[in-house]
Each structure stands twice: as C-alpha cells, then as structure tokens.
Write a protein that binds this ligand. Sequence first.
Ligand code: MN
Length: 220
Amino acid sequence: MEHYPFMNTPLAYAYDALEPYIDAQTMVLHHDRHLQTYVDNLNAALQPYPWLQTLSLQQLLRASTHLPMTIATPVARNAGGVYNHRLYFDGLTPESAPLPDGALSSAIVRRFGSISQFREQLTQAAAGVFGSGYAWLCADRRGTLSIVTTANQETPQGLCLCPILNLDVWEHAYYLKHFNKRADYLTDWFHVVNWPAAEARYLQCKEQSADSYFENHENF
Ligand code: MN
C-alpha cells in the first residue's frame, strides 16, 4: 500500500498525446509542477508526524477532519490535490472513443435521460464552479449517479461515495490554450475522456458496495 513519502506517478500517456484538445505545455506544467507541488507539500506536512506516515492517501483523507488543526488543513489540501489530480489524469486518454454500451452508460441514461443531457448537465456544473474547483460524476452505493462540484482541492468525500470521473476547472488546467474560455476547454475535455476507466470505477463501486465498502482503499 502506498504511503509516505508519496511519489508523483507518471502519466499513462505522453504529454502531447491529448493534443489538440489539451496542449503539451499545459500537461507538463499541470502534472510535473502543480501535482508535484501537492505531492511535495503533502510529504513536507507529514514529515514531522511518524504516526501518519503509514496511512494511505485515502486513509489520510478520511482522517484529516480528526487531526490537530495545525496538520488538518495542509493534509486535507495536499492529499486532496494529489487524489483529485490522479483521478483527473487517469480519466483522460488519447484513445478516447464514445462511451461504450455498458453498466455506466445505462446508469447515465437512467439518471440523466440521455448521454447528451448528461453531457449538458456536467458541462453546466463545471461552468458554474466559481473560481477554482472540480465537477464530478459520482455513484452512490446502489450505483445511482449524481453530479457534484467542489471548491479548490476539496474532495467529494461526504458528498459522494465513489468518484467516477472528475473535471479540473482550475485555470491552470486550460488557460495556456483556452485562455479565459472555460466552455471551450469543457468541449475539448469530452474528446479525451477515458470512458473505459470510468466504467471500471463504476463497476468497482458497485462491487465494493455489496462487499465491504470501508475496507476498500480505492475510494474514500
Ligand atoms: Mn489541476
């Protein structure tokens, strides 16, 4: 199980692989600088606390509200930054294809009416995040989907049982290419979504809810 000192895991694809939708320079800065900074700051926050150094990222996120104030905020922010960015980068692929028929697509149609209505609602939610944050597609323990948003590097812990996909709408995710046009970035993001990864997370969420959810380290 991964614990302190955390490492910045490499991307599963090349920095320029998401061109022309997400540019290489954005990916380099986003992964190697922004995410790296969260990794470094998380390690620095944990360094004086040996009893926290055996906890996984998910355990730290669950524990953060119970920690002393001096450590609670840096752990929550930086563990959140690592968790949120890993999910974001894992949710992207250069080989994106339309959402395949399967459990996730059925659940989307059940919840939102159609794939295009889902797309519209997720876009609206992401466009409506004021300042920095994320839009999320989440599943509850019955597999019912919802869209939620979070501010800054907050995780959807407490709002959401299983995060299926997230959409980073911090300006650093799009400003170099899309400037201030978040809506253009959202349109481009849909071209590089890793639907098979989302489907796998959805199935895993349903399996673990039948089993023992809180023992699982993949989600919260
Ligand atoms: Mn980001």
